[in-house]
Ligand binder design. Structure first.
Ligand SMILES: Nc1ncnc2c1ncn2[C@@H]1O[C@H](COP(=O)(O)OP(=O)(O)OP(=O)(O)O)[C@@H](O)[C@H]1O
Ligand SMILES: [Mg+2]
Length: 213
């Protein structure tokens, strides 16, 4: 039986499709929280084993033949390691942890877009993270055309998931919004088409309003 997190810190995750502004907002939030020395993590990865899984999932040619089930389990494996090796100890030490993607990405990408039954993704997500859920999740919602315009020439270096079809991205956006509607207490939806500074102010205001700062 695992010990529970017994957290003193604050766990924040950012979600949304490619190019919605996650990295930008995480940078701005980290700057705003400077004195609190937030721990910035990205998924998949963030541990030595997780970084190898990340490479397999995103860039290695061996990853091209992965089945949806294997893909789901590899994301979960990376996350299970990250939770126990990094996130729980940091939260127990009272740190602010900011994660670029977490379990909602699995719910949406593997669950909705890859059509793995939602009860299977929920079960595997729960096994991977245990009680280590984000205190608050910011979903940056953006239409595909704006995201593509922002990403510009990045298609040349597109990873495996970025090469997916437009229908895939439509399912991802819808999947995120459906999930946010089911978990409004944790997931805050932000209009990611606004200027980056406005979104950053809204995030700080939400965190203050939720009593986190
Ligand atoms: N609110 C915004 N308005 C206009 N441009 C933005 C905004 N936020 C981010 N950008 C720009 O859009 C591009 C993508 O942003 P960013 O890298 O933060 O997205 P991301 O969600 O981290 O993408 P990925 O999922 O690929 O990591 C960058 O060039 C960034 O400067
Ligand atoms: Mg990013």
């Amino acid at each position: 039986m695992e010990t529970s997190t017994a957290r003193k810190g604050l766990f924040i995750s950012f979600e949304g499709s490619e190019g919605c502004g996650k990295s930008t907002q995480i940078r701005l939030l980290a700057e705003a929280l400077g004195g609190r020395d937030p721990l910035l993590l990205r998924e998949p990865g963030g541990t030595p084993a997780g970084e190898i899984i990340r490479h397999l999932l995103q860039h290695a040619p061996e990853g091209d033949a992965l089945t949806p089930e294997a893909e789901l389990l590899l994301f979960a494996a990376s996350r299970a390691q990250l939770v126990r090796e990094v996130i729980r100890p940091a939260l127990q030490a009272g740190r602010v942890v900011i994660c670029d993607r977490f379990l909602d990405s699995t719910t949406v990408y593997q669950g909705v877009a890859r059509r793995i039954p939602p009860e299977e993704t929920a079960r595997i997500n729960a096994f991977a993270v245990g009680d280590c859920l984000p205190d608050i999740t910011f979903l940056l919602d953006l239409d595909r055309a704006t995201a593509l315009a922002r990403l510009g020439g990045r298609s040349q270096s597109a990873d495996r998931i970025e090469r997916e079809s437009e229908e895939f991205f439509a399912a991802v956006r819808r999947g995120y919004l459906d999930l946010a509607a089911r978990e409004p207490q944790r997931i805050r939806v932000l209009d990611a088409s606004l200027p980056a500074e406005s979104i950053a102010s809204e995030i700080l205001a939400e965190l203050q309003q939720a009593g986190h700062f």
